[in-house]
Design a protein around this ligand. Structure first.
Ligand SMILES: Cc1cc2nc3c(=O)[nH]c(=O)nc-3n(C[C@H](O)[C@H](O)[C@H](O)COP(=O)(O)OP(=O)(O)OC[C@H]3O[C@@H](n4cnc5c(N)ncnc54)[C@H](O)[C@@H]3O)c2cc1C
Length: 408
């Protein structure tokens, strides 16, 4: 088993430097423009694809890095560059992971390449789970998938919301109810292939932050997909449903929720995004505090400013340590006895929100304007405590895990 290490190896250092170069030279200079335009930055995604930074190969390589640090390192550098553009680049990964986690080899080989497209014709993908009445409470999902045995097709109906890349995606992964009696155990995931009739984009949301990332409703109106689009296949689904029904009938001894384990493994990646945004704002504030003079000296000469920077840096480093620990645990198969994945996401996202607010304060009036990037970073940071499970849900998961109470 790979020991936990705080030093990046030479390969990782080289990759980090490479991503940092892209973040500094391509993403940063474009960040304000795409934030204002509030549109998907296709040319930047294309630039990333040209150098291999937007590709299945690259993410698979980082995902399977045995130290567990490949993904957090990648996320931190990209989101240091810009959170909105960063999410436009990594949003496809959420759908790809959905297929990798539940799909067959054939499904992985067929659909993931179509999610990314190629450098001359880049594509994106969307993962559709949330619904207007099923946000934190995923089990109350209503989108239905009904099997039409005669045609070997699944028919999907419902409305998904808050979908990153929703409606503009080439491939959508949709979570739907196949057995309403079984709550979240009765859900299954489906591929909706490109140009499938019945799938349309609902409203596009105008957002507070990460405005370069497209977020929209996805409406499913009698969407028919072939049987082969059920992730994992029908046989596996039938077995899983039969087991869940048996457990429900026998009063149900609880089994560890597989979805919960997946969340624990994926949440540190969001924590790493938050660390990237926090570090970016901290660096701007540090630089400003050194050079801005008031009362005849740099403002960092005041303890009131210097100590804020000391706290900001300390909390960012602490957040990164939690993120790296959880990513290492996920990669090396350690069980999350204290919901360490949720811990890392909770702490890093709260740190990003407060550090970016402190950065605005240190920049004074300039911090409050769009001339400087910290106001955008503060707006961007607000998403981290909301998506992939709100801070309250992370606290719920952590407290129930450490106390042994069941997590629904
Ligand atoms: C920009 C953006 C992108 C997104 N991308 C995707 C995506 O690609 N795919 C996707 O499926 N979803 C996506 N989401 C959805 C996101 O995961 C949900 O917004 C999130 O899970 C919260 O759900 P909700 O918005 O319905 O809030 P609600 O669940 O209604 O929560 C409202 C408030 O109540 C609190 N609350 C709820 N239940 C409890 C409880 N039991 N105890 C204490 N407090 C509680 C919450 O913490 C929150 O503060 C995205 C959201 C945003 C904003």
């Amino acid at each position: 088993m790979t020991e936990f290490a705080l030093d990046l190896n030479d390969d990782q250092k080289a990759v980090k430097e490479w991503i940092h170069g892209f973040a500094a030279d391509v993403m940063r200079p474009a960040a304000a423009e795409w934030d204002e335009r509030e549109e998907t930055p296709w040319p930047i995604i294309q630039e990333a694809a040209k150098i291999g930074l937007y590709s299945l190969d690259f993410y698979a390589q980082q995902f399977f890095d045995p130290t567990g640090l490949g993904i957090p390192m990648t996320m931190e550098e990209l989101f240091w560059g810009d959170a909105g553009i960063g999410l436009s680049i990594v949003g496809t990964g959420l759908a790809a992971v959905g297929v990798m986690a539940n799909g067959t080899e054939e499904q992985i080989g067929t659909w993931i390449p179509q999610m990314y497209g190629d450098a001359d014709d880049v594509k994106v993908a969307g993962f559709c789970s949330s619904e207007p009445d099923a946000g934190s409470d995923v089990a109350s999902m209503r989108t239905r998938a009904v099997y039409d045995e005669a045609k070997d097709e699944w028919v999907l109906n419902g409305t998904k919301t808050w979908v990153t890349n929703g409606g503009i995606a080439n491939v959508h992964v949709v979570v739907a109810v196949v057995d309403p009696e079984l709550g979240s155990k009765g859900h299954a995931s489906f591929i909706v292939p490109p140009r499938t009739p019945g799938l349309s984009q609902g409203q596009k949301f105008l957002k507070h932050g990460i405005r370069a990332s497209h977020t929209a409703e996805v409406v499913l109106d009698d969407v028919r997909v072939p049987g082969s689009c059920l992730l994992g296949g029908k046989e596996k689904l039938d077995e899983r449903l039969a087991r869940a029904r048996e457990r429900a009938a026998s009063g149900g001894e609880r089994v560890k929720n597989a979805a919960m384990a997946t969340f624990e493994a994926s949440r540190p990646a969001v924590g790493a995004m938050a660390v990237g945004t926090a570090r970016a704002a901290y660096e701007v504030a540090l630089d400003y505090a050194r050079t801005r003079e008031q009362f005849g000296r740099p403002i960092i000469d005041n303890q009131g400013v210097a100590f804020q920077l000391a706290d900001m840096r300390t909390r960012i480093d602490a957040a990164r340590l939690l993120v790296w620990r959880a990513s290492w645990m996920a990669t090396t198969g350690k069980s999350f006895e204290a919901a360490e994945g949720s811990m890392s996401k909770l702490y890093a996202s709260e740190v990003a929100k407060s550090v970016t607010a402190q950065a605005i304060q240190i920049l004074g009036g300039n911090g409050y304007t769009r001339e400087y990037p910290v106001e955008r970073m503060h707006r961007d940071a607000a998403i981290y405590t909301i998506f992939e499970g709100t801070s309250e849900i992370q606290r719920l998961v952590i407290s129930r895990t450490v106390s042994g109470m069941p997590i629904r």
